[in-house]
Write a protein that binds this ligand. Structure first.
Ligand SMILES: *Cc1c(COP(=O)(O)O)cnc(C)c1O
Length: 394
């Protein structure tokens, strides 16, 4: 008994971690405690979209550090209002609520749909999809369509129904279920980098407008330029009613946001929802500097070009290595589906001092910073090709 207590790690055992301890980062690179350099194609899981320690975000946070950290949402927060204004001016939404993570942003969206349903006498049912990922709180686990994330946490929340993704029959079933909202990722990230098909989204949008169903897009992973546009919905030619953000919003500083159309957002009143830290001056400084960089520089164009270059080199490698089954994604959210376990290949990739992340059991996910250079892509190609060769030999 004493032994088992002694063996417990002081940090609770919720992650399977690589045995690497990073102490410094700049741009696409990370250095561990021994000074070993790694090329980072994870960006902290689609979070450090401007690379590590981006200059203008660092400066904005440093300046804010010297002025004011936190006051609570009892008071006006000027840079939070500025951030809301900027998010709204660059999207089709009208209002923002700030929180600290993706799960909290989705939690806020779920509460807003319930408030809106109550106000309008509608059934507060939310349709979601298989293989989706929406977070780890009880409501977002209930929205998530993956058994491995739900199992063991029953009873889950009522009011969610799951359908197959990219499936036209599912839209018919959804119509019959008559939900008040549908919640989806436009590219399922954790579920395996699965982009929604354009014609399926067209049909989904048509059904939702005919049946008066709200559309919530979870852009926690696809947002903030990851797909080469500020928001992924811009690729698809429709306007969501609610949009959630986190990961890339603060360049690594924790901040999340739920944006909504005015007719939906007005279901929240003072006291409906809240957060102590949400959008505090430090977090808003990070968010505002990040959004300013994304919207006033050529970084989104770079993400599109870099995505094309990486896509082309991966197609070449696919022709050479038959265990690569497909390349998919948009911009710099890229999935490489392999015949075999992703974790086995990742061992070889890691030996090349290249960092990638899996998505589902057999997909390698690439999430490089959006401002990655051509030279860094060339270095990636050398490292990745060598890892594939070694994996094949083994
Ligand atoms: C990461 C992620 C979340 C959860 O975000 P947290 O900040 O970890 O709570 C939700 N939805 C999607 C699509 C994500 O990729």
């Amino acid at each position: 008994m004493a032994d088992s207590i002694k063996a417990l790690s002081p940090v609770m055992d919720t992650y399977k971690r690589f045995p690497i301890n990073f102490v410094e980062g700049k741009g696409c690179y990370l250095w561990d405690e021994n000074g070993t350099e790694f090329l980072d194609f994870t960006s902290g899981i689609a979070t450090c979209n401007l690379g590590h320690v981006p200059e203008n975000v660092k400066n904005a946070v440093q300046l804010q550090l010297t002025k004011l950290w936190h006051t609570s949402n009892l008071f006006h927060i000027e840079n939070q209002e500025e951030l809301a204004k900027k998010l709204i001016s660059h999207s089709c939404l009208d209002q923002a609520f700030f929180c600290n993570s993706g799960a909290e942003a989705n939690e806020a969206a779920i509460k807003l749909v319930r408030a809106h349903s109550t106000k309008n006498g509608k059934r507060p049912l939310i349709a979601a999809f298989k293989q989706s990922f929406h977070g780890r709180t009880m409501a977002t686990v209930s929205a998530t369509g993956q058994e491995k994330i739900r199992a063991g946490f029953e009873p889950l929340l009522d009011g969610f129904i799951h359908f197959p993704y990219n499936d036209f029959g599912a839209l018919e079933m959804m119509k019959d279920a008559s939900p008040s909202a549908v919640m989806l990722e436009l590219i399922q990230g954790e579920g395996g980098v699965i982009p929604a098909k354009q014609d399926w989204i067209d049909e989904l949008v048509k059904v939702c407008s005919e049946e008066d169903i709200l559309i919530i897009v979870d852009e926690v992973q696809t947002g903030m330029g990851r797909t080469g546009k500020l928001f992924a919905y811009e690729h698809y030619g429709f306007e969501p009613d609610i949009l959630t953000l986190a990961k890339g919003l603060g360049s690594g500083f924790p901040i999340g946001a739920m944006l909504a159309k005015g007719n939906v957002g007005s279901a929240f009143q003072p006291g409906s929802h809240g957060s102590t830290f949400g959008g505090n001056p430090l977090a808003s400084a990070a968010g505002l500097a990040t959004l300013t960089e994304l919207t006033s520089s050529s970084v989104l164009e770079n993400a599109i070009k870099a995505g094309e270059k990486i896509g082309a080199l991966l197609e070449n490698l696919k022709a050479k290595f038959p265990f690569i089954k497909s390349i998919r994604g948009k911009g710099l959210l890229i999935g490489i589906e392999i015949d075999g376990e992703a974790v086995n290949l990742i061992d070889y990739i890691l030996q090349e001092k290249l960092l990638v992340v899996s998505a589902g059991p057999n997909v390698i996910r690439l999430l490089p910073p959006l401002n990655i250079s051509k030279e860094e892509i060339d270095i990636f190609e050398v490292k990745f090709t060598r890892a594939l060769e070694r994996y094949l030999e083994a």
